[in-house]
Write a protein that binds this ligand. Sequence first.
Ligand SMILES: [Fe+2]
Length: 254
Amino acid sequence: MKSSSGMDSNASTLVQMLKIAEDLRRLYEEKKQALQALNHAHHEVLMKLAAAAEFRDGDTGVHIVRLGLMSEKLSLLRGESVEYGFMMRLAAPMHDVGKIGIPDHILKKPGQLTPEEREQMNRHAEIGHEMLLSSVPLFQLAASIALTHHERFDGGGYPRGLRGHEIPLEGRVVALVDYFDALAMDRCYRKALDDEEVIGMIAEQKQRHFDPELVELFISNVECFIALRENTNARSLLFKDLIHYAADDLIQQP
Ligand SMILES: [Fe+2]
């Protein structure tokens, strides 16, 4: 009797444990799905903000898609983790989000800006930083990029005049790939420059505008960045695609 009741009790404990395990598994699955939905929502908000800023600037938006992928690639070449590269891919397109706060007559002025207008335009770095500040790590990275992508390695940039490695890596990376991609595309006020010319200009800015280590990595792997640009254009990738397309896959599979 005793042993039979002991077995009953063991069996019932086992059933209870299995039930708890099943409940935990279901909770975990639900939480995982909720987290994924939350991540998608974050990504979507970021992309819509970036798109809004970019459309106001008169661009098509493809520039910031390429910028995300190129920022990921340059980070990976420097030996950063795949996770950091992924965050850079999503955060770098937000760099100019603060342009939302710049009046149209300055943002769309065809001629040269006056010193006062230039000063106001430069405020986009701090405005973007304030807009993006958050406790979510992806937004924190995007905020840092917004604030520091116009700093220069020699200390001559803005808004804070940071120098060398005072500028966070993400700001140094985006400054370089933004320069490359912007000069190699047609703008309303000039034609695209050819790659050789742009590479020469980047080499000249080593240690001045740009981090010398990143310049060397960029120039010795420039074919990867050209492939990224061409393959992104050929596939007409959109903001939402950034979550699925890794830079390395895109380089290898045109
Ligand atoms: Fe900017």
